[in-house]
Design a protein around this ligand. Structure first.
Ligand code: PMP
Length: 439
Protein backbone atom coordinates (compact mmCIF):
# COMPACT_ATOMS: atom_id res chain seq x y z
CA UNK A 1 0.00 0.00 0.00
CA UNK A 2 1.07 3.59 -0.44
CA UNK A 3 2.78 5.05 2.64
CA UNK A 4 0.74 8.18 1.86
CA UNK A 5 -2.68 6.49 1.62
CA UNK A 6 -3.96 7.92 4.89
CA UNK A 7 -2.84 11.45 4.01
CA UNK A 8 -5.91 12.04 1.83
CA UNK A 9 -9.61 11.96 2.67
CA UNK A 10 -12.24 9.72 1.13
CA UNK A 11 -10.18 6.80 -0.13
CA UNK A 12 -12.40 4.20 1.56
CA UNK A 13 -15.68 6.05 1.22
CA UNK A 14 -18.77 4.19 0.07
CA UNK A 15 -19.79 5.43 -3.36
CA UNK A 16 -23.31 6.92 -3.08
CA UNK A 17 -24.53 6.08 -6.58
CA UNK A 18 -27.49 3.79 -7.12
CA UNK A 19 -25.82 1.72 -9.86
CA UNK A 20 -22.52 1.30 -8.04
CA UNK A 21 -21.84 -2.05 -6.49
CA UNK A 22 -18.53 -1.06 -4.91
CA UNK A 23 -17.98 0.09 -1.40
CA UNK A 24 -14.54 1.39 -2.17
CA UNK A 25 -13.17 2.85 -5.33
CA UNK A 26 -9.76 3.17 -6.88
CA UNK A 27 -9.16 6.66 -8.17
CA UNK A 28 -6.82 7.01 -11.12
CA UNK A 29 -8.15 10.42 -12.16
CA UNK A 30 -5.79 12.68 -10.26
CA UNK A 31 -4.89 14.81 -13.26
CA UNK A 32 -8.45 16.16 -13.11
CA UNK A 33 -8.52 16.70 -9.33
CA UNK A 34 -6.78 15.16 -6.35
CA UNK A 35 -8.64 14.41 -3.11
CA UNK A 36 -7.72 16.89 -0.37
CA UNK A 37 -5.20 16.05 2.31
CA UNK A 38 -6.71 15.13 5.64
CA UNK A 39 -4.51 17.72 7.37
CA UNK A 40 -5.77 20.42 5.00
CA UNK A 41 -9.38 19.76 6.00
CA UNK A 42 -8.34 19.72 9.67
CA UNK A 43 -6.51 23.02 9.27
CA UNK A 44 -9.65 24.55 7.78
CA UNK A 45 -11.74 23.40 10.74
CA UNK A 46 -9.10 24.74 13.10
CA UNK A 47 -9.11 28.08 11.30
CA UNK A 48 -12.91 28.37 11.22
CA UNK A 49 -13.28 30.22 14.57
CA UNK A 50 -11.16 33.01 13.01
CA UNK A 51 -13.29 33.11 9.87
CA UNK A 52 -13.54 36.74 8.79
CA UNK A 53 -12.83 39.06 5.91
CA UNK A 54 -9.30 40.28 5.33
CA UNK A 55 -7.47 43.61 4.88
CA UNK A 56 -10.29 45.88 6.00
CA UNK A 57 -11.08 44.90 9.56
CA UNK A 58 -9.61 46.34 12.75
CA UNK A 59 -10.90 43.37 14.75
CA UNK A 60 -8.61 40.62 15.96
CA UNK A 61 -10.19 37.93 13.75
CA UNK A 62 -9.77 39.99 10.62
CA UNK A 63 -6.19 40.83 11.50
CA UNK A 64 -5.41 37.18 12.11
CA UNK A 65 -7.06 36.08 8.84
CA UNK A 66 -5.12 38.78 6.99
CA UNK A 67 -1.87 37.60 8.52
CA UNK A 68 -2.47 33.99 7.46
CA UNK A 69 -3.62 35.04 3.98
CA UNK A 70 -0.53 37.18 3.39
CA UNK A 71 1.74 34.50 4.83
CA UNK A 72 0.33 32.13 2.23
CA UNK A 73 1.92 34.26 -0.50
CA UNK A 74 5.29 33.78 1.19
CA UNK A 75 4.79 30.02 1.50
CA UNK A 76 3.91 29.78 -2.19
CA UNK A 77 6.76 32.05 -3.15
CA UNK A 78 9.37 29.91 -1.43
CA UNK A 79 7.70 26.71 -2.72
CA UNK A 80 8.28 27.65 -6.36
CA UNK A 81 11.23 30.06 -6.01
CA UNK A 82 9.46 33.35 -6.75
CA UNK A 83 10.81 36.70 -5.58
CA UNK A 84 8.33 38.60 -3.40
CA UNK A 85 10.00 41.95 -4.23
CA UNK A 86 9.77 41.43 -7.96
CA UNK A 87 6.78 39.13 -8.43
CA UNK A 88 3.11 39.45 -7.63
CA UNK A 89 1.44 36.29 -6.35
CA UNK A 90 -2.20 36.74 -7.28
CA UNK A 91 -4.95 34.48 -5.97
CA UNK A 92 -7.72 33.67 -8.43
CA UNK A 93 -10.25 30.90 -9.03
CA UNK A 94 -8.14 28.43 -11.04
CA UNK A 95 -5.51 28.10 -13.77
CA UNK A 96 -8.04 28.97 -16.46
CA UNK A 97 -8.91 32.28 -14.83
CA UNK A 98 -5.21 33.02 -14.28
CA UNK A 99 -4.37 32.54 -17.98
CA UNK A 100 -7.37 34.59 -19.06
CA UNK A 101 -6.31 37.41 -16.76
CA UNK A 102 -2.75 37.36 -18.05
CA UNK A 103 -3.95 37.37 -21.66
CA UNK A 104 -5.90 40.56 -20.87
CA UNK A 105 -3.04 42.16 -18.95
CA UNK A 106 -0.49 41.58 -21.69
CA UNK A 107 -2.76 43.24 -24.26
CA UNK A 108 -2.15 46.53 -22.50
CA UNK A 109 1.59 46.02 -22.98
CA UNK A 110 1.72 44.72 -26.55
CA UNK A 111 -1.27 45.43 -28.74
CA UNK A 112 -0.14 43.58 -31.83
CA UNK A 113 2.23 40.92 -30.60
CA UNK A 114 2.58 37.30 -31.62
CA UNK A 115 1.93 34.60 -29.03
CA UNK A 116 3.51 31.20 -29.62
CA UNK A 117 1.50 28.42 -28.05
CA UNK A 118 2.01 24.70 -28.73
CA UNK A 119 0.08 21.79 -30.24
CA UNK A 120 -0.01 20.04 -26.84
CA UNK A 121 -1.91 22.60 -24.77
CA UNK A 122 -5.01 22.23 -22.63
CA UNK A 123 -7.77 24.43 -24.07
CA UNK A 124 -7.21 26.78 -21.12
CA UNK A 125 -3.78 27.67 -22.49
CA UNK A 126 -4.96 27.99 -26.07
CA UNK A 127 -8.40 29.62 -26.32
CA UNK A 128 -7.64 32.67 -24.09
CA UNK A 129 -4.93 33.77 -26.56
CA UNK A 130 -7.04 33.44 -29.67
CA UNK A 131 -8.77 36.52 -31.10
CA UNK A 132 -6.52 38.80 -29.03
CA UNK A 133 -3.13 38.09 -30.57
CA UNK A 134 -1.69 36.47 -33.65
CA UNK A 135 -1.28 32.94 -32.33
CA UNK A 136 0.88 30.23 -33.85
CA UNK A 137 1.42 26.70 -32.55
CA UNK A 138 4.75 24.96 -32.03
CA UNK A 139 4.62 21.46 -33.54
CA UNK A 140 4.85 18.13 -31.72
CA UNK A 141 6.42 14.93 -33.07
CA UNK A 142 4.53 11.67 -33.70
CA UNK A 143 4.83 10.70 -30.01
CA UNK A 144 3.36 14.05 -29.03
CA UNK A 145 6.60 15.58 -27.77
CA UNK A 146 7.34 19.23 -28.36
CA UNK A 147 9.60 19.97 -31.31
CA UNK A 148 12.40 22.19 -30.03
CA UNK A 149 13.47 22.67 -33.62
CA UNK A 150 10.10 24.11 -34.56
CA UNK A 151 10.23 26.39 -31.52
CA UNK A 152 13.64 27.69 -32.63
CA UNK A 153 12.45 28.16 -36.23
CA UNK A 154 9.33 30.03 -35.18
CA UNK A 155 11.29 32.28 -32.82
CA UNK A 156 13.63 33.14 -35.71
CA UNK A 157 10.93 33.63 -38.33
CA UNK A 158 8.63 35.83 -36.19
CA UNK A 159 11.65 37.67 -34.72
CA UNK A 160 10.90 40.61 -32.46
CA UNK A 161 7.15 40.26 -32.97
CA UNK A 162 6.99 37.35 -30.49
CA UNK A 163 5.90 38.77 -27.14
CA UNK A 164 5.12 35.58 -25.31
CA UNK A 165 5.68 31.86 -25.56
CA UNK A 166 3.09 29.97 -23.58
CA UNK A 167 3.65 26.34 -22.88
CA UNK A 168 2.48 23.63 -20.56
CA UNK A 169 4.99 22.48 -17.95
CA UNK A 170 3.63 18.94 -18.28
CA UNK A 171 0.91 17.62 -20.59
CA UNK A 172 -2.39 16.54 -19.08
CA UNK A 173 -2.72 13.97 -21.90
CA UNK A 174 0.68 12.33 -22.29
CA UNK A 175 2.34 13.53 -19.09
CA UNK A 176 5.42 14.75 -20.99
CA UNK A 177 7.43 17.32 -19.08
CA UNK A 178 8.70 20.14 -21.25
CA UNK A 179 12.26 21.46 -20.73
CA UNK A 180 10.95 24.78 -19.43
CA UNK A 181 14.30 26.26 -18.40
CA UNK A 182 15.98 25.44 -21.70
CA UNK A 183 12.95 26.96 -23.46
CA UNK A 184 13.09 30.04 -21.18
CA UNK A 185 16.68 30.69 -22.20
CA UNK A 186 15.84 30.48 -25.90
CA UNK A 187 12.77 32.66 -25.49
CA UNK A 188 14.75 35.31 -23.59
CA UNK A 189 17.47 35.32 -26.25
CA UNK A 190 14.75 36.42 -28.66
CA UNK A 191 13.49 39.14 -26.35
CA UNK A 192 10.22 37.40 -25.47
CA UNK A 193 8.75 36.13 -22.21
CA UNK A 194 7.65 32.66 -21.12
CA UNK A 195 4.44 31.58 -19.41
CA UNK A 196 4.43 28.08 -17.96
CA UNK A 197 1.06 26.44 -17.39
CA UNK A 198 2.00 24.58 -14.21
CA UNK A 199 -1.38 22.95 -13.56
CA UNK A 200 0.11 19.47 -14.10
CA UNK A 201 3.75 20.20 -13.33
CA UNK A 202 3.66 21.88 -9.93
CA UNK A 203 1.84 19.05 -8.06
CA UNK A 204 4.20 16.30 -9.23
CA UNK A 205 7.78 17.36 -8.58
CA UNK A 206 10.14 20.19 -7.65
CA UNK A 207 9.58 23.42 -9.62
CA UNK A 208 11.73 26.51 -9.34
CA UNK A 209 11.11 29.71 -11.30
CA UNK A 210 14.84 30.62 -10.78
CA UNK A 211 16.07 34.12 -9.89
CA UNK A 212 14.98 36.80 -12.34
CA UNK A 213 18.55 37.60 -13.35
CA UNK A 214 19.09 33.95 -14.37
CA UNK A 215 18.81 33.52 -18.17
CA UNK A 216 16.59 30.46 -17.65
CA UNK A 217 14.06 32.01 -15.29
CA UNK A 218 10.34 31.53 -15.80
CA UNK A 219 8.51 34.84 -16.29
CA UNK A 220 4.97 33.72 -15.51
CA UNK A 221 3.66 30.64 -13.75
CA UNK A 222 0.06 29.51 -13.12
CA UNK A 223 -1.40 26.52 -11.27
CA UNK A 224 -4.50 25.25 -9.42
CA UNK A 225 -4.93 24.13 -5.80
CA UNK A 226 -7.44 21.38 -6.57
CA UNK A 227 -4.80 19.34 -8.40
CA UNK A 228 -2.46 19.42 -5.40
CA UNK A 229 -4.49 18.03 -2.50
CA UNK A 230 -6.36 21.24 -1.59
CA UNK A 231 -10.05 21.94 -2.32
CA UNK A 232 -11.50 23.62 -5.40
CA UNK A 233 -11.67 27.34 -5.98
CA UNK A 234 -8.10 28.61 -5.80
CA UNK A 235 -5.68 29.34 -8.61
CA UNK A 236 -2.37 31.19 -8.58
CA UNK A 237 -0.92 33.62 -11.11
CA UNK A 238 2.70 34.67 -10.60
CA UNK A 239 4.40 37.32 -12.70
CA UNK A 240 6.42 40.54 -12.51
CA UNK A 241 4.56 43.28 -10.60
CA UNK A 242 5.14 45.63 -13.57
CA UNK A 243 2.88 43.52 -15.79
CA UNK A 244 -0.03 44.33 -13.50
CA UNK A 245 0.87 48.00 -12.95
CA UNK A 246 0.57 49.01 -16.59
CA UNK A 247 -3.20 48.85 -16.90
CA UNK A 248 -6.29 49.15 -14.71
CA UNK A 249 -7.48 45.88 -13.17
CA UNK A 250 -9.83 43.87 -15.41
CA UNK A 251 -12.25 43.44 -12.51
CA UNK A 252 -12.68 46.59 -10.44
CA UNK A 253 -14.41 47.21 -7.14
CA UNK A 254 -13.76 46.71 -3.45
CA UNK A 255 -10.18 45.89 -2.49
CA UNK A 256 -8.66 47.29 -5.70
CA UNK A 257 -8.28 51.00 -4.87
CA UNK A 258 -6.31 53.27 -2.61
CA UNK A 259 -8.34 56.42 -3.32
CA UNK A 260 -11.57 57.12 -5.19
CA UNK A 261 -13.52 60.31 -5.75
CA UNK A 262 -16.01 60.99 -8.52
CA UNK A 263 -13.13 62.38 -10.53
CA UNK A 264 -10.16 60.21 -9.52
CA UNK A 265 -9.17 56.59 -9.03
CA UNK A 266 -5.86 55.50 -7.59
CA UNK A 267 -5.39 51.75 -7.89
CA UNK A 268 -3.65 49.75 -5.21
CA UNK A 269 -0.39 48.08 -6.09
CA UNK A 270 -0.55 44.45 -7.29
CA UNK A 271 -1.44 41.85 -6.11
CA UNK A 272 -4.35 43.56 -4.28
CA UNK A 273 -5.59 45.50 -7.32
CA UNK A 274 -6.00 42.18 -9.19
CA UNK A 275 -8.01 40.48 -6.42
CA UNK A 276 -11.28 42.42 -6.61
CA UNK A 277 -13.87 41.74 -3.92
CA UNK A 278 -13.58 39.47 -0.91
CA UNK A 279 -11.14 36.71 -1.86
CA UNK A 280 -11.36 32.97 -1.23
CA UNK A 281 -9.54 33.11 2.10
CA UNK A 282 -10.28 29.51 3.13
CA UNK A 283 -9.15 28.30 -0.29
CA UNK A 284 -5.85 30.15 -0.04
CA UNK A 285 -5.18 28.84 3.47
CA UNK A 286 -6.00 25.33 2.26
CA UNK A 287 -3.50 25.67 -0.57
CA UNK A 288 -0.71 26.80 1.74
CA UNK A 289 -1.54 23.96 4.13
CA UNK A 290 -1.32 21.44 1.25
CA UNK A 291 2.01 22.92 0.18
CA UNK A 292 3.40 22.53 3.71
CA UNK A 293 2.36 18.88 3.66
CA UNK A 294 3.88 18.29 0.22
CA UNK A 295 7.11 19.90 1.42
CA UNK A 296 7.18 17.65 4.47
CA UNK A 297 6.98 14.63 2.14
CA UNK A 298 9.49 16.25 -0.23
CA UNK A 299 8.71 17.07 -3.86
CA UNK A 300 11.59 14.87 -5.06
CA UNK A 301 10.04 11.99 -3.13
CA UNK A 302 6.60 12.72 -4.64
CA UNK A 303 8.19 12.59 -8.07
CA UNK A 304 10.10 9.36 -7.53
CA UNK A 305 7.19 7.56 -5.83
CA UNK A 306 4.79 8.50 -8.63
CA UNK A 307 7.34 7.62 -11.29
CA UNK A 308 7.69 4.12 -9.83
CA UNK A 309 3.88 3.73 -10.07
CA UNK A 310 3.89 4.98 -13.64
CA UNK A 311 6.68 2.62 -14.73
CA UNK A 312 4.92 -0.33 -13.13
CA UNK A 313 1.63 0.57 -14.82
CA UNK A 314 3.34 1.07 -18.19
CA UNK A 315 5.08 -2.32 -17.99
CA UNK A 316 1.84 -4.01 -16.91
CA UNK A 317 -0.24 -2.44 -19.65
CA UNK A 318 2.40 -3.35 -22.26
CA UNK A 319 1.68 -7.02 -21.57
CA UNK A 320 -2.09 -6.80 -22.07
CA UNK A 321 -3.29 -7.92 -25.50
CA UNK A 322 -4.94 -5.22 -27.62
CA UNK A 323 -3.75 -2.36 -25.42
CA UNK A 324 -2.42 0.56 -27.43
CA UNK A 325 -0.04 2.84 -25.56
CA UNK A 326 0.64 6.27 -26.97
CA UNK A 327 3.62 7.54 -25.04
CA UNK A 328 7.29 6.84 -25.51
CA UNK A 329 8.57 4.26 -23.02
CA UNK A 330 12.11 5.57 -23.15
CA UNK A 331 10.86 8.97 -21.97
CA UNK A 332 9.08 7.82 -18.82
CA UNK A 333 11.83 9.49 -16.81
CA UNK A 334 10.52 12.81 -18.02
CA UNK A 335 6.80 12.37 -17.70
CA UNK A 336 4.50 13.01 -14.78
CA UNK A 337 2.26 10.19 -13.57
CA UNK A 338 -0.03 9.92 -16.60
CA UNK A 339 -0.59 7.07 -19.06
CA UNK A 340 -3.03 7.41 -21.97
CA UNK A 341 -4.15 4.24 -23.76
CA UNK A 342 -6.89 2.49 -25.74
CA UNK A 343 -8.05 -1.08 -26.15
CA UNK A 344 -8.25 -1.86 -29.86
CA UNK A 345 -11.80 -2.49 -30.99
CA UNK A 346 -13.45 -0.84 -27.98
CA UNK A 347 -14.45 2.80 -27.80
CA UNK A 348 -12.67 4.63 -24.95
CA UNK A 349 -16.01 5.41 -23.30
CA UNK A 350 -16.82 1.67 -23.04
CA UNK A 351 -13.49 0.91 -21.39
CA UNK A 352 -13.92 3.76 -18.90
CA UNK A 353 -17.54 2.79 -18.12
CA UNK A 354 -16.63 -0.88 -17.63
CA UNK A 355 -13.72 0.01 -15.34
CA UNK A 356 -15.97 2.19 -13.24
CA UNK A 357 -19.14 0.13 -13.11
CA UNK A 358 -17.68 -3.37 -12.94
CA UNK A 359 -14.35 -2.90 -11.22
CA UNK A 360 -14.78 0.28 -9.19
CA UNK A 361 -11.86 2.00 -10.93
CA UNK A 362 -12.22 5.68 -11.86
CA UNK A 363 -10.37 6.93 -14.92
CA UNK A 364 -10.97 9.77 -17.36
CA UNK A 365 -11.67 9.24 -21.07
CA UNK A 366 -12.21 11.45 -24.09
CA UNK A 367 -10.07 14.35 -25.23
CA UNK A 368 -9.18 15.84 -21.81
CA UNK A 369 -9.82 19.45 -22.94
CA UNK A 370 -6.96 19.13 -25.40
CA UNK A 371 -8.78 18.32 -28.64
CA UNK A 372 -6.17 19.61 -31.12
CA UNK A 373 -3.49 17.51 -29.36
CA UNK A 374 -5.66 14.37 -29.46
CA UNK A 375 -6.44 15.00 -33.13
CA UNK A 376 -2.69 15.04 -33.81
CA UNK A 377 -1.97 11.92 -31.74
CA UNK A 378 -4.87 9.98 -33.26
CA UNK A 379 -4.31 11.24 -36.83
CA UNK A 380 -7.76 12.82 -37.16
CA UNK A 381 -7.93 14.41 -40.60
CA UNK A 382 -9.22 17.90 -41.40
CA UNK A 383 -12.17 16.25 -43.21
CA UNK A 384 -13.02 14.23 -40.09
CA UNK A 385 -12.88 17.41 -38.02
CA UNK A 386 -15.45 18.97 -40.36
CA UNK A 387 -17.75 16.00 -39.73
CA UNK A 388 -17.43 16.36 -35.93
CA UNK A 389 -18.22 20.06 -36.25
CA UNK A 390 -21.36 19.28 -38.27
CA UNK A 391 -22.63 16.37 -36.21
CA UNK A 392 -22.19 16.60 -32.42
CA UNK A 393 -23.71 13.13 -31.96
CA UNK A 394 -20.79 11.38 -33.72
CA UNK A 395 -18.76 9.43 -31.13
CA UNK A 396 -15.50 11.35 -30.85
CA UNK A 397 -12.14 9.60 -30.94
CA UNK A 398 -10.25 9.78 -27.69
CA UNK A 399 -8.26 7.83 -25.14
CA UNK A 400 -8.47 6.43 -21.64
CA UNK A 401 -6.22 8.20 -19.15
CA UNK A 402 -4.66 6.87 -15.99
CA UNK A 403 -3.26 9.53 -13.68
CA UNK A 404 -1.75 8.68 -10.31
CA UNK A 405 -1.40 10.54 -7.04
CA UNK A 406 0.88 9.79 -4.10
CA UNK A 407 -1.82 7.83 -2.27
CA UNK A 408 -2.16 5.29 -5.12
CA UNK A 409 -0.33 1.98 -4.91
CA UNK A 410 1.22 -0.85 -6.90
CA UNK A 411 -1.57 -3.11 -5.52
CA UNK A 412 -4.21 -0.85 -7.04
CA UNK A 413 -2.39 -0.94 -10.38
CA UNK A 414 -2.36 -4.75 -10.21
CA UNK A 415 -6.15 -4.72 -9.73
CA UNK A 416 -6.44 -2.44 -12.75
CA UNK A 417 -4.22 -4.76 -14.80
CA UNK A 418 -6.45 -7.74 -14.06
CA UNK A 419 -9.52 -5.72 -14.95
CA UNK A 420 -8.01 -4.64 -18.27
CA UNK A 421 -7.01 -8.21 -19.09
CA UNK A 422 -10.60 -9.21 -18.51
CA UNK A 423 -12.01 -6.40 -20.63
CA UNK A 424 -9.52 -7.05 -23.43
CA UNK A 425 -10.34 -10.79 -23.52
CA UNK A 426 -14.07 -10.16 -23.49
CA UNK A 427 -14.40 -7.29 -25.91
CA UNK A 428 -17.51 -8.75 -27.58
CA UNK A 429 -19.25 -8.99 -24.24
CA UNK A 430 -18.55 -5.36 -23.44
CA UNK A 431 -19.55 -4.23 -26.93
CA UNK A 432 -22.95 -5.87 -26.40
CA UNK A 433 -23.35 -4.63 -22.87
CA UNK A 434 -22.55 -0.93 -23.34
CA UNK A 435 -24.08 1.38 -25.89
CA UNK A 436 -21.83 4.35 -26.54
CA UNK A 437 -24.78 6.70 -27.03
CA UNK A 438 -26.09 5.83 -23.59
CA UNK A 439 -22.90 6.03 -21.55
N1 PMP B 1 -3.86 23.33 -17.87
C1 PMP B 1 -3.68 22.01 -17.71
C2 PMP B 1 -2.43 21.38 -18.25
C3 PMP B 1 -4.65 21.25 -17.05
O1 PMP B 1 -4.47 19.94 -16.90
C4 PMP B 1 -5.80 21.89 -16.54
C5 PMP B 1 -6.88 21.10 -15.82
N2 PMP B 1 -7.24 19.92 -16.42
C6 PMP B 1 -5.93 23.26 -16.73
C7 PMP B 1 -4.95 23.95 -17.38
C8 PMP B 1 -7.12 24.01 -16.21
O2 PMP B 1 -7.14 23.97 -14.83
P1 PMP B 1 -8.41 24.52 -14.04
O3 PMP B 1 -9.56 23.68 -14.49
O4 PMP B 1 -8.07 24.31 -12.60
O5 PMP B 1 -8.57 25.93 -14.43
Amino acid sequence: LSPYKDFVVGVDTKVPLADQTFTTAINFDNAATTPPFDCVMNDLVEFSPWYSSIHRGAGYKSQYSTKLYEESRKIISSFIGADMDYHSIIFLKNTTEAINKLSNKLLALHKDGVVLSTCMEHHSNDLPWRNKYTVDYIAVDKYGELSMEDLKNKLISYGKKVQLVTITGASNVTGYINPIHEIAELVHQHGAKLLVDGAQLVPHGPVNMKPVEHPQHIDYLVFSAHKMYAPFGTGVLIGPKDTFRESPPDYTGGGTVQFVSHDHIKWLDPPEREEAGTPNIMGVLALSSAIKKLLSIGMAQVESYERALTRHAYESLSNIPNVELYTNKSHLHRTISIIPFNIKGLHHSIVAAALSKEFGIAVRNGCFCAQPYLQRLLNVSAEDSEEYMKDPTLPMPGMVRLSFGIYNSIEEINILTKALFHISRNRDLYLQKYNIQEI
